[in-house]
Design a protein around this ligand. Sequence first.
Ligand code: ZN
Ligand code: ZN
Length: 369
Amino acid sequence: MSLKNFNWGLGGFIIGYQAILLVALPFYLYYTPPHYPVVLASIVLFVLTSFGVGVYHRHYSHLGYKLNRWIEPLFLFFGTAAFQGSVIMWAHDHRKHHRFIDTDEDPYTVSKGFWHAHMLWLLEKSRPRELERYVPDLLKRKLLVFQDKHYLALSIAINTLLCIAVGAIVNDYLGAFVLAWWGRIFVSHHVTWFINSLAHYWGERTYSKELSAVDNFILAFFTSGEGYHNYHHTFPADYRNGVRWYHFDPNKWLVWALSKLGLAKGLLRHTEYTIQQKLLLADQKLFLTTLATQPLTRKQELEARLHTLYVSLQEKMERMKTLRDERRAAFKARRKKLSYALREIKRTARKEWRQWHKLGRSILDAQEL
Ligand SMILES: [Zn+2]
Ligand SMILES: [Zn+2]
């Protein structure tokens, strides 16, 4: 990056605050070691701001659910406190990231390297934003336009307020300033940036093997669930990122809890069958490309077996979707019948899944030999 390209405003702020913090922090920790209340308060604030960023992401950028208008300002308040820019700017860049993933049009493309995706993109002068094209819906919302217009003043005011509140509660204003404000911002910045860098590098490509995005539990732990990034890039509108019940995704749990309290509605989620169909497609692509590179004598036979199983499983998935919808609309007696049919088809599908995995494993293993 040349100096001509350097974004002196944003870049200067990012480098400046981190440099000051990294120099000052050891002195602070040495001369006035913080007591646990201020550490705890900083962690609580970190979690609240990460929920705010979650709302920036799943609610505003992807419209995965609708927040009640009375609770919306509260999340916007904590989102603003994260020093990650206004919703309109954030969503603009993020929608472009999804649409142009792994190309030069993606503002934080990982194809330009890990550090570019992590933070260097923020230090460069950005291309003029095309708000009317990417976020026309958000431009119609007065609250978001207000936040965008006054972002700098609002974020400083909110953080000052939070810092004073934490300082008063734990009786440690210096600790609140160093840890609950700047320390929290530092951690919050880097874990969010890791979603753009590390979550495009290190982990499993579960659903879309052609994308750089990966699922990574460790990142999910530090980002309130945002680390299941391969699933997210495959199904961006789903309000969940961690789709299994055991996936660590506090943002998903929060939205679900809000919906139960009547504070969120219209939660978008893909059915288990749609997800499995996508898994099947990703597997098939991998198995076929692996087969193509192998000098296997039984190649044609394996391809035929893959095809038969693939078609059969896809059909079963479609049938299960239809049965499930029919069951929902049916009366009691018929519902029982449909449940039985659904159970039967699930049982045979499970058997075919086992055959599918066995066949796939034998193809992949043959390549490794
Ligand atoms: Zn991504
Ligand atoms: Zn996204």
